[in-house]
Design a protein around this ligand. Structure first.
Ligand SMILES: C=C1C[C@]23C[C@H]1CC[C@H]2[C@@]12CCC[C@@](C)(C(=O)O1)[C@H]2[C@@H]3C(=O)O
Ligand SMILES: O=C(O)CCC(=O)C(=O)O
Ligand SMILES: [Fe+2]
Length: 355
């Protein structure tokens, strides 16, 4: 079976779409990073920084109503927060501190872990960069399993702790993803047998992404992470408590800021769950706006099915209550969808939509 990295190697990137700017050396926002066209105030207006924030429902995973609440939140916005998630606060702090340890290195050291042109792991700008004509105020570090190879390039002797923490975090995130996914399947009335649950868990495609958004000299004109939906089933996001910046797009309200709740984790629906739910769950569109006085850090874990798994609207849903409901997407293999997304970004979904 092909690995997730192999799926991405079909879409190699040019160096300019891998190497982040040296944030320490710039004192003003360069033109290349300014998303505001001269005379165009739209970005500023869109930012809605002082607008009212929308509170994303927080769900206690141990509560007896958790399944209903999770399902409802998936339907309404495709995003929710969870508490009593079982991830020790101490582990969240350790992941943060290892992430800081990496991002606070000088640019010349970080590039030692640079993602290769056809690679999927390591240091670099966001994979969606080639789709935009401006650069994002962002740098990331992507892992799929052990980060040993890249960590050793950066810290020939001090790599061990980074690896231990990141591996431990991925193990625990995998278990949490499976717990939440099992609740979602239950809500949808899908039996674990319908989706070959043991295989899904055994060969799941997963990735861990550390995101850094340094302090930005002109945040009103910059974009931390451009609007996107996540590709896989679920994303579990940890944000450091103090730094705002994540916004989700809501049909009625436009861009609404999402404030992190201490110790809670944010969960959002990705494209593949959108497909499996036959569009009952929106895959939430989100973006990040940088800040002038805070360096923001976030840690995103992506959970998806095996690369050779066929994603399609689940049978039970297209047959709801004895009535045929038309499937809105054709079946697509995970690795093909990953490649479609890498080549077409937000057009990928419409390529498999049937009505
Ligand atoms: C496993 C994944 C999921 C990826 C691609 C690959 C590694 C890094 C992930 C992100 C992280 C930053 C936003 C995003 C949109 C990006 O540019 O890189 C994500 C993308 C996706 O959800 O498609
Ligand atoms: O930094 C954030 O809050 C969001 C990160 C994100 O959307 C991603 O990694 O896909
Ligand atoms: Fe995302």
């Amino acid at each position: 079976m092909a690995t997730l990295s192999e799926a991405y190697s079909e879409t190699p990137l040019r160096l300019q779409h891998i190497i982040p700017i040296d944030f320490d050396s710039v004192k003003e926002l360069p033109q290349s990073h300014s998303w505001l066209q001269s005379g165009d105030e739209s970005l500023r207006r869109m930012l809605n920084l002082d607008g009212d924030h929308f509170s994303i429902p927080a769900i206690d995973l141990d509560s007896p109503d958790a399944i209903e609440m999770v399902g409802h939140a998936c339907k309404i916005m495709g995003i929710f927060q969870v508490t009593n998630h079982g991830i020790p606060l101490s582990l969240l702090r350790e992941v943060e501190s290892q992430a800081w340890r990496f991002f606070l290195l000088p640019a010349r050291t970080k590039v030692k872990a640079l993602r290769s042109s056809g690679g999927a792991t390591g240091y670099g700008v966001a994979r969606i960069a080639p789709f935009f004509n401006k650069f994002m105020w962002h740098e990331g570090f992507t892992m799929m399993g052990s980060p040993l190879e890249h960590a050793r390039e950066v810290w020939p002797h001090g790599y061990r702790q980074f690896c231990e923490v990141m591996e431990d975090y991925q193990d625990k995130m995998k278990a949490l993803s499976e717990r939440v996914l099992a609740m979602i399947l239950k809500y949808l009335g899908i039996s674990e047998h319908d989706v070959d649950w043991p295989r899904l868990q055994h060969d799941a495609c997963t990735a861990l992404q550390l995101n850094s958004y340094p302090q930005c000299p002109n945040p009103g004109q910059a974009m931390g992470l451009a609007p996107h939906t996540d590709t896989f089933l679920l994303t579990i996001l940890h944000q450091n408590d103090s730094a705002h910046g994540l916004q989700v797009h809501s049909e009625g309200r436009g861009w609404v800021p999402v404030f992190p709740m201490n110790g809670a984790l944010m969960v959002n629906v990705g494209d593949m769950l959108h497909i499996m739910s036959n569009a009952m769950f929106p895959s939430c569109v989100h973006r990040v706006i940088p800040s002038e006085n805070r360096h923001r850090l976030s840690v995103a874990y992506f959970y998806g099915p095996p690369t050779d798994f066929h994603v399609s609207p689940v049978h039970g849903l297209t047959q709801a209550s004895g009535q045929e409901v038309a499937a809105r997407f054709r079946s697509v293999m995970v690795k093909d969808y990953v490649q479609m997304k890498a080549k077409n970004l937000d057009k990928a979904l419409s390529m498999i939509r049937i009505r």
